[in-house]
Design a protein around this ligand. Structure first.
Ligand code: AMP
Length: 606
């Protein structure tokens, strides 16, 4: 039987709600988290009964069963690669109920890739409502901790990306692009707690320069109204600060004259921004004074002095940006509010003002059906783990798991690739710390490069130096975020044979050729990396640092001196430990940067 939350005067165990609308949402969170297992059972039954006639469930002979035991006994745990043939059929126009009984409305393109291309996730229209429901819970939770958010605005840097069409004509685009373009977002009713400084027209422009310029300009014009500053991920907010550093003179000129630069050509943006823009020499002087100092410490609070917190995800791969954000914001709290993916929106942080190291997300049981593969202390799968998945309500505090989801859109027992650790429970709902994404070696923003992709890139690039009798004998990598945008640094140790090659070249590799190797590596990396380089300019040129011969042996000596076993030692393909980076950097003999942009188009190659 469902447990009803105890409510007195609009107060739940989460705290006293700011208003009656919030109270209703908090009660909903309470109800869901008190009845986690029952809600999960209902969600699974709903998904299985509505999809009973799908080809996928019939293939595994579920025969209309909707109970957990049959589901677990008959359906395999799968990865994207297992589903790819079915997904490809849908993309090619097969409208029969393959994965979902509901029509597929579009494909969401994940930042996770398969064979170098974004994964395509079929989705159904009603999922937008489910995502909207999760969004609607964020403000009531935030209002518990930060009063007065209805007295000002949010400066959020939000962007859409270009979209393509599958052969069947369905849109293929990232989940946030889909959301911002939906009526759910565009025609959202006015909510005093959720007023943005950015006009929709600026958010909805695919040209990243024009979109950012307009959003920054509007944020500057309304600077005293701004109570929170945010972006989806930390890397996005840092890009915005970098944009201000590079463009403040033009922004100040526009504000001073009350006219918009000709660089903004999008008519909808021009119209929306021009409505706000009036000559304001005093504001222009203020911006010039703050930005011309060359001192960017606390720039966020200097320009937007009423900011109470940053609303930005700094968990997972984004944790690398915490010190830089602290520097720019003078240590403002960083609220990580939500945990979500293209496949499914998972949950929210019920204590959003906690420190980044303590962030835990409560997976909301109505969003999908969640199972967990138990992992050993060293992060590998426990014996028999694949067959003994744990249900959401039964995970154990302190243990790590890999997340497996079953969604209303038709993914069944799908491995997302995220590793989570249970930190506690809110009522009966477990709370998870995001530990890492499986198999990700390098990441600057949404890009995810794995070991095999890096290996392929090194192999392809090293072809270019073959004619100099040179080979890459060892390599490792590092995602450098010392400057914004961050970039990949690849350390190469070369072996150059002294004897002349067939075509008579001697052993010195021209520096331009090594520069070209950087570009060749970029050409070999996946589409998300190349899109970030080309369309979003959110990753800087790849760098190769050639280290002197013997460096990787020194690296091994160092690891062994710290207790690594000689027999088991493997060259780490990515390094983050400062003493190792120092060792590598002290042995660099030459550095090279990609001289151009890799090829990228919004159209998919498959
Ligand atoms: P995408 O499918 O491209 O939207 O990427 C979704 C992935 O981003 C998730 O599976 C996570 O790996 C990561 N992610 C999403 N939200 C968070 C978060 N709050 N903290 C850390 N990583 C996150």
């Amino acid at each position: 039987m469902a447990v009803k939350p105890k409510v007195t005067n609009g107060s739940t165990t989460l705290g006293p709600a700011a208003n009656e609308k919030d109270a209703e949402k908090l009660r909903f969170i309470e109800e869901m988290t008190m009845n986690t297992d029952a809600v999960q059972e209902r969600v699974l039954a709903e998904i299985l009964s509505r999809n009973a006639e799908t080809e996928y469930l019939k293939r595994y002979k579920l025969d209309g069963a909707t109970d957990r035991e049959t589901f677990k006994a008959k359906l395999p745990v799968v990865t994207y690669e297992d589903l790819q043939p079915d997904i490809q059929r849908i993309a090619n126009g097969d409208r029969s109920p393959i994965l979902s009984s509901h029509p597929i409305s579009e494909f969401l393109t994940s930042s996770g890739t398969s064979a170098g291309e974004r994964k395509l996730m079929p989705t159904i229209r009603e999922e937008l409502d489910r995502r909207q429901l999760l969004y609607s819970l964020l403000t009531p939770v935030m209002n518990l901790y930060v009063p007065g958010l209805d007295k000002g605005k949010g400066l959020y840097f939000l962007f859409i990306k270009s979209e393509s069409k599958t052969p069947s004509g369905l849109p293929a685009r990232p989940v946030l692009t889909s959301y911002y373009k939906s009526e759910h977002f565009k025609s959202r009713p006015h909510d005093p707690f959720n007023v943005y400084t950015s006009p929709n027209e600026a958010i909805l422009c695919t040209d990243s320069f024009q979109s950012m310029y307009a959003q920054m300009l509007c944020g500057l014009l309304q600077r005293l109204d701004v109570l929170r500053v945010g972006a989806v991920f930390a890397s996005g907010l840092l890009r915005a600060i970098r944009f201000l550093q590079l463009n403040w003179e033009q922004l100040a000129a526009d504000i001073s004259s009350g006219t918009l630069t000709k660089q903004i050509t999008d008519p909808a943006i021009r119209e929306a921004v021009t409505q706000q823009l009036r000559p304001d020499p005093e504001l222009a002087r203020f911006i010039t004074k703050e930005c011309s100092k060359g001192d960017w410490a606390c720039i966020i609070t200097r320009i937007w002095p009423n900011t109470k917190y940053l609303d930005v995800i700094v968990t997972g791969a984004m944790a690398q940006y915490i010190p830089t954000l602290e520097y720019y914001s003078g240590g403002l709290p960083m609220a990580c509010t939500m945990y979500a993916s293209s496949e499914c929106y998972f949950g929210l942080n019920l204590r959003p003002m906690c420190s980044p190291s303590e962030v835990s997300y409560t997976i909301m049981p109505m969003m999908g059906y969640f199972e967990f593969i138990p992992l050993d202390a060293d992060g590998t799968m426990c014996n028999g783990a694949q067959t003994q998945l744990v249900d959401l309500a039964h995970v154990e505090v302190g243990k790590e798991y890999e997340l497996v989801i079953t969604t209303y859109s038709g993914l069944n027992r799908y491995r997302v690739g995220d590793i989570l650790r249970v930190t506690g429970f809110h009522n009966c709902a477990p709370q998870f710390q995001f530990i890492r994404r499986k198999n990700v070696l390098l990441s600057i923003e949404s890009d995810k490069t794995d070991e095999a992709e890096l290996q392929k890139a090194v192999t392809n690039a090293s072809e270019l130096i073959k004619s100099y009798n040179a080979t890459v004998v060892e390599y490792t990598s590092h995602a450098s975020t010392k400057s914004i945008p961050g970039h990949y640094v690849i350390y190469w140790e070369l072996l150059i044979k002294k004897d002349k090659t067939k075509n008579g070249k001697s052993g010195t590799i021209p520096t331009e050729l090594l520069d070209k190797c950087c570009l060749e590596m970029e050409e070999s990396l996946n589409t998300v990396y190349r899109q970030s380089r080309v369309a979003d300019c959110s990753i800087g040129p790849l760098e190769i640092r050639v280290v002197r011969p013997g460096t990787f042996e020194e690296l091994m000596d160092y690891a062994i001196s710290r207790g690594a076993s000689i027999n088991q030692y493997k060259v780490p393909r990515c390094v983050n430990f400062p003493p190792i980076l120092e060792l590598l950097d002290s042995r660099v003999v030459s550095t090279h940067f990609s001289p151009g942009l890799p090829k990228w188009t919004p159209t998919r190659s498959n």
